[in-house]
Design a protein around this ligand. Structure first.
Ligand code: DP6
Length: 327
């Protein structure tokens, strides 16, 4: 009736940006990500308590945050086919700064999906867990498994073919490094959920984004297979720029970059000219994530700090969401 699970966040190398179904969280295009260690979120789910209670990072969750958690657990109850599970208590805590712009919700919902099923007595099943996690937040479906995961967009209206699969595990490329440069700790003005909707509805470039991103996924897979940092780095930057271009062209326009972000990107290019293998990706916020290898992670951190980073988190490829305890 009670289970605790630890999951890692992930950073998209080919981004998910836009839904074809808002309720089921079905994307217009496939995406591909890398799970990040040592960052993690630990979530405990307990069924059979007197009333539903959701605590996220020491605060009682309210409004849409609470609704998303309870909706996911409703799907767990349906999967278990067990009406006697009763209300649930959820306690979730992340070990990294939530304002970092990293998708803490991805790790949180992945941990919730795996813990929810385990607490309901259901067996481990990465497809079912990924679909459940997706109902909480799209990117969460890519945090159920470690290493490099691909969220296949699927075709079905019920979303049963829209889930993430692991392409390579964390051990495939242990020298790969992702260095998170925290340039701004503030909350972002427009959340991913709203930003992508605005892009889908108003950006004249949106159809081109979808076509292009879908085509990048198999290329990214190929670069990862041969551990080609340069090709992957170039692809990452291209894909991030295209996601941001689509958003800049929305009405009203969405600009997630701030002055420090642009400064860092220019600086990074100079470093690259001097032979430092470092590239960036950027989610819907001002904090870039630098892609490099173990031999250059110190240089990447120094670059981020020289550009005003308030904090730097060095990450390595992470593992699967894991069950810590079950009662
Ligand atoms: C830019 O998964 O947070 O990080 O599905 O609405 O919860 P919802 O959005 P979310 O969006 C992530 C967008 C992104 C790119 C990515 O992670 O693929």
């Amino acid at each position: 009736m009670k289970a605790t699970v630890l999951a890692h966040p992930n950073i998209a190398l080919v981004k998910y940006w836009g839904k074809r179904d808002d309720a089921l969280i079905l994307p217009h295009q496939s995406s591909l990500s890398l799970t990040l260690s040592p960052l993690s979120v630990t979530t405990t789910v307990e069924f059979g308590v007197p009333t539903d209670a959701v605590e996220l990072n020491g605060h009682v969750a309210k409004g849409s945050e609470r609704e998303r958690v309870l909706r996911l657990l409703e799907s767990v109850r349906a999967q278990a086919g067990d009406k006697s599970l009763g209300p649930a208590k959820v306690v979730s805590r992340g070990d990294f700064p939530m304002a970092a712009g990293l998708a803490s919700s991805a790790a949180g919902f992945a941990a919730l999906a795996v813990a929810g099923r385990a607490a309901a007595g259901l067996p481990r099943d990465t497809k079912a867990e990924s679909i459940l996690a997706r109902l909480g937040s799209g990117s969460a479906c890519r945090s159920v498994q470690g290493g490099f995961c691909e969220w296949q967009r699927g075709e079905r209206p019920d979303g049963d073919d829209s889930f993430a699969v692991q392409r390579f595990d964390a051990a495939h490329w242990p020298e790969l490094r992702m260095v998170v440069a925290i340039l701004d700790r503030g909350e972002k003005d427009v959340k991913s959920r709203d930003g992508m909707k605005q892009a889908v509805e108003t950006s004249p470039y949106y159809a081109a984004w979808v076509k292009d991103a879908e085509a990048e996924v198999p290329r990214a897979r190929e670069y990862i297979a041969r551990r080609d940092l340069q090709a992957l780095g170039e692809m990452c930057e291209r894909n991030a720029w295209r996601m941001h271009s689509t958003s800049l062209a929305a009405d009203p326009p969405l600009c997630y970059l701030n002055a420090a972000t642009v400064g860092l990107i220019h600086h990074l290019r100079e470093h690259r000219k001097k032979g430092v293998p470092v590239w960036f990706t950027l989610d819907a916020g001002p904090n870039p994530v630098l892609l490099t290898d173990a031999a250059n992670e110190v240089a990447a951190e120094a670059l981020a700090r020289a550009c005003g980073a308030l904090d730097v988190i060095r990450c390595v490829p992470g593992g699967d969401a894991t069950l810590k305890s079950e009662h």
